[in-house]
Design a protein around this ligand. Sequence first.
Ligand SMILES: [Fe+2]
Ligand SMILES: [Fe+2]
Length: 304
Amino acid sequence: MPVTFMSRVFAISDLHVDYPENMQRMLSLSDRDYVEDTLIIAGDVTDSLDKLALLLNGMLKKFNQVTFIPGNHELWVRDDQHHNSIEKLRAIRELCDTLGVHTERLKVTAGQECVWLVPLYSWYRYPEEGAESLFIAKQGEKWKPVLWLDTSFCKWHDALGQHQSAADYFLSLNSTALHAEYDAPIISFSHFLPRKELVFKTVDQALQFSHDAALIPAYPKDPLPLFNFTRVAGCRGIDSQIRRLGASVHIYGHQHRNRCRHIDGVTYVSNCVGYAREQSVLGASAEPRLVWDNGHMIEPEDSI
Ligand SMILES: [Fe+2]
Ligand SMILES: [Fe+2]
């Protein structure tokens, strides 16, 4: 009897396995259901290299292939093992090479059908770092570095070279992928958000707040009234690269809000595990989300 080779692509991000329940949840995924499939992990697994290795090894036992891009948490430097976050990025990529986890573009084949999976390295752009920031002013916000742990734990020192910002540095890492040849549809993925519209829960809000003069109003039950996530959400330069690549689908994470939205020809998908305390706002499931099934791309839920 002929064997049909079935291959699918799943995506997940923000596993945050420092929470034991999240590690347990991932390591409890089926050992049989995904053996011919590929898993995209779009960052924020952990800042511990030991736990990252444990998680990636666990996924390699369940999936045929795993491809991974680090998030901000991976680049936290909280011990004296690494001098700065760029040195830690190199250590993470070496770890992935050793384990057999992909960190560069990867072609997935299922019979006659193929798809390219392309990681886009990125960082967020603060509002003072130029027009590509996703910043939208918020009523009552009061920015203090203590509100955002990256300001303590991400260390750049002189490691960004001639680049003016972390966003510039990371986007420059995508040059080879952007100039490569592609002979099949493309799914790209980044940890950070590529567009302002994705910050918002509904299409109406996305349209209301995504223009340059928008102001996010204060609301009574805001758990962090002084904090404005859009300062650290992402960078429009990611979207420019998605469109230069010609990707059909883009996977992202970071905000811990799950969405599937079609904007100007690209379907943007976020599927985060997040933190247990966020379950009421996270949306959807914490299982890997199917994004490509033997030639078929995911269907968007919302369109702008
Ligand atoms: Fe996260
Ligand atoms: Fe993140």
